[in-house]
Design a protein around this ligand. Structure first.
Ligand code: UT7
Length: 317
């Protein structure tokens, strides 16, 4: 597998820490110190699927392909307005594609799970060009009265086009069922037969536990994929990590002993945009002219589940 195009799209409404101070018992100082986040972009008038189409078209253009060249679409998403049909079906129609599509939910690690799935499809020759779209609106899962969660998230889309190649050097995915540290239950319709107790609430998160799992698992995954690919940390151009919290990013960087320039971040501008964070950051690097053919990149992400994913790729463009 190799990545041949990237794209991203973000909503226009910026919510700064100062704006949050007006309706939450919080301060810019607390949010900046604990998370590094200064503002987050959240959906207002936009529809997630329209943003997804913008990001997908950018990725196709970057790959020098048209929608007719795509023969599979994988959409990574945790929530959107539709339970059914799948978001990928909606995106397919709006893009004008005719290929099969599938939604996956591996939470914030979704991009890496999608890359792994795409790699399998390419190896089996079941597809030639695959579009991955990570479209997320976590701002709709949190209570905006809860200062512990709503300050952390933003919305956005990251997309990538992948095709046959030898540029994926190592891949590691993990799932460890740990469902009480981070979850969000959706309210379902009542029926005349439901007699169990149901208490639905906005996103629940044990922040400190998630923090620890994130750092421990990411460090372990990165070490393992580097060893598997036989690549030294000093030979990696960029460590492209999930953008949840600048302190998490810094902790992983410190444990790995990597200098700051090689661990790019944009969480300060977008907040945590779940699985869209990694491909959106990759798109920034790509469009910013920061990547050269042959560069070795490490991706690592973690999310609710608990899920983790990491891989080593060589930049192919
Ligand atoms: O994609 C995965 C998504 N999740 C994550 O990545 C989250 C990972 N965890 C974190 O990023 C951090 O744990 C947080 C940023 C969520 C919290 O930072 P912390 O340093 O672990 O703080 P804490 O949870 O231990 O809370 C410290 C205090 C608490 O007050 P008390 O109980 O000590 O009186 C909180 O109520 O900070 C309080 N607090 C706030 N204060 C001001 C929590 N949120 C805020 C806030 N403003 N927004």
């Amino acid at each position: 597998m190799k990545i041949i195009g990237t794209g991203s799209a973000h909503p226009k409404c910026s919510v700064t820490n100062e704006m949050l101070e007006k309706f939450l018992e919080t301060t810019d100082e607390w949010i900046t110190e604990r998370t590094g986040i200064k503002e987050r972009l959240v959906i207002s008038s936009e529809k997630l699927e329209d943003m997804a189409v913008i990001a997908a078209n950018k990725a196709l253009e970057d790959a020098n392909l048209t929608v007719a060249d795509i023969d599979y679409i994988i959409c990574s998403n945790v929530v959107n307005e539709y339970v059914t049909p799948a978001l990928s079906c909606i995106i397919q129609g709006k893009l004008g594609a005719t290929c099969p599509t599938l939604d996956i939910n591996a939470a914030c690690a979704g991009f890496i799970f999608a890359l792994d799935m795409a790699d399998d499809k390419l190896k089996c020759k079941k597809a030639r060009n695959i579009l991955i779209v990570c479209a997320e609106e976590p701002s709709r899962m949190v209570s905006w009265q809860n200062r512990s969660t709503c300050v952390l998230f933003g919305d956005g889309v990251g997309a990538a086009v992948v095709t046959d190649g030898d540029e994926l050097k190592a891949m590691r995915l993990t799932t460890s069922s740990l469902t009480d540290v981070l979850y969000y239950q959706r309210k379902l319709e009542p029926t005349p037969y439901i007699d169990k107790e149901e208490n639905f609430e906005p996103l629940v998160m044990k922040g400190r536990e998630v923090f620890k799992h994130a750092v421990t698992n990411s460090c372990r995954d990165i070490r393992k994929v580097l060893a598997e690919a036989n690549v030294k940390a000093e030979d990696v151009k960029y460590f492209v990590l999930h953008q949840a919290n600048k302190r998490i990013i810094d902790s992983i960087r410190n444990f790995l002993g990597v200098d700051e320039e090689r661990v790019p971040h944009n969480v300060e501008r977008y907040g945590n945009i779940s699985s869209a964070a990694l491909p959106a950051l990759l798109d920034e690097l790509n469009r910013g002219g920061k990547l050269q053919k042959g560069d070795k990149l490490v991706f690592s992400a973690f999310g609710a589940g608990f899920t983790t994913g990491a891989c080593v790729i060589e930049w192919a463009k």
